[in-house]
Design a protein around this ligand. Structure first.
Ligand code: SF4
Ligand code: SF4
Length: 187
């Protein structure tokens, strides 16, 4: 049997490829498909009343193999409370020039304060912009939340927060947060 010329074989490959579904992704015009467990930008989560889940324990920073996290904890006071526990994360930075998105930090976090979102568009032409500060990482305030500092829900303790018995900000918390905002605006 005569051998099929190489050129004809090559056209055969091209012909078959014409009927295959294109693999081209029209990004950024169309959103990219992200796997459910994709590790993107980090997020510092809040309790349902707006208080922060981070307690400034630094376990995430110790777990990071790339030394990309810097945390400074501070004590909550009755006048200025950011989280339900004794302490909160006063300074929180993630250096995305170092981060390798391994997720070890979120595994180490004892309060589920730190999780990773699906956001991956982090490129920048300024290196300093890739060091994310706490305000860049904090979860947005959802309906029913008020931004700290403000007291815990009346009668609730730290345990109630972690057991899910706090479901949103109370009227007293809203009034306290409003008073703090007014004080700041008149100062
Ligand atoms: S994802 Fe990995 S490299 Fe990035 S901050 Fe967390 S522990 Fe460090
Ligand atoms: S994010 Fe979690 S592990 Fe890191 S300091 Fe806050 S509470 Fe601790």
């Amino acid at each position: 049997m005569p051998e099929i010329p190489q050129a004809v074989k090559a056209f055969g490959v091209t012909f078959k490829a014409m009927f295959r579904k294109p693999a081209t992704v029209q990004y950024p015009e169309q959103p990219a498909k992200i796997a459910p467990r994709f590790h993107g930008r980090h997020q510092l989560n809040r309790h349902p009343d707006g208080l922060e889940k981070c307690v400034g324990c630094e376990l995430c920073a110790w777990a990071c193999p790339a030394d990309a996290i810097y945390v400074e904890g501070a004590a909550n006071t009755d006048e200025e409370r950011f989280s339900p526990g004794e302490r909160y994360g006063r300074v929180y930075q993630i250096n995305y020039l170092r981060c390798i998105f391994c997720g070890l930090c979120i595994e180490a976090c004892p309060t589920r304060a730190l999780t990773m979102t699906h956001e991956f568009e982090l490129a920048d032409d300024d290196r300093t912009e890739l060091i994310y500060e706490k305000p860049d990482l904090l979860a947005p305030l959802l309906p029913g939340m008020v931004g700290p500092p403000h007291p815990m829900v009346e009668g609730a303790d730290e345990r109630d927060y972690y057991d899910g018995r706090v479901t949103g900000a109370s009227a007293e918390q809203m009034a306290a947060a409003k008073a703090t905002q007014q004080e700041e605006s008149t100062a």
